[in-house]
Structures are given as structure tokens and as C-alpha cells.
Design a protein around this ligand. Sequence first.
Ligand SMILES: [Zn+2]
Length: 152
Amino acid sequence: MIDKNIFLKRQCGECGERQLAIVNGKNTFTTPWRDFPLVFVTVDFEVLQCQNCGNFITHDADSVDRAIEASLCSQTRQFIDIIKSKTHLKSKDIAALIGISPTYLSSLHSGARYPSFQIWNFLKVTALDPVEMCRKLNPKLDVVNVDLLLHA
Ligand SMILES: [Zn+2]
């Protein structure tokens, strides 16, 4: 929890004003994090923001970590669901394409773990155009025929 009395009086490190407010950083808060160049927080997240310049001020590293891990898990699940629904590949085939074990893919999908930036980015890029990406990764997989069949 943010201690309003202490933190709302702080000065913004960017503009120097004292106009901090507690806001929900969902879909607006971004930050470099661990091996991720930039993470978008996509879950409810209480954070201080300067009302003058928009600068975010984080004071609680644990709450930042929790919000980011939850966001990454949610995004990862969506990427996997998109790839599954558009290619109709089995989980073990998707895992093989990404270069991870089916068990690990399953733990990513359930949210038990969050991926490295490399895996996250690979899933994201694949989710943008799953059929084309899967064809490139493994031409032997009959992804296109499956897709055409579904749209016939
Ligand atoms: Zn400011």
C-alpha cells in the first residue's frame, strides 16, 4: 500500500513540482524490467504519477514486480491462445516451434511462470501472424491447410 502522507508530498524528479497523485497504471505504466527493454503493465496497479508532467514515481519495488509479473503472465497466455486458435496446432507442436518443452509452455499458459524476454518476444511476434510464422519455422507442418479448411 502507498503511504499517501509521505509520498504525495514528494517532489517530481522530472519537473520538480509537488503534484503527485495515486493513479491506476494499467495500460499506461511502462518500464524497463530485468531482461525486458520495456514492459507494459496491463493489470490494475497503484502508482504515483506527477499531475504536471505525467512522470511515474515508483517507491515499492515489490508491487512493481508483482504488477509486471502478472502482466507478463496475462500477455503470454493471450499470445499462446492466439497461436493455438489460429493455427490449431497442438501444444507440443507449438512448444517445439518456440524451442521450449511442452511442460514449460503449459506452465507459461497457466501463469505459474513468466517467460524470459526472448521467449515472450518470440511468442508475441508469432501471435501477430501465427500461420505465416509457423510455416516459416517449420514448413513441414500443415498449418495452411488446417487454416483453409477452417475457413471453407
Ligand atoms: Zn513532474
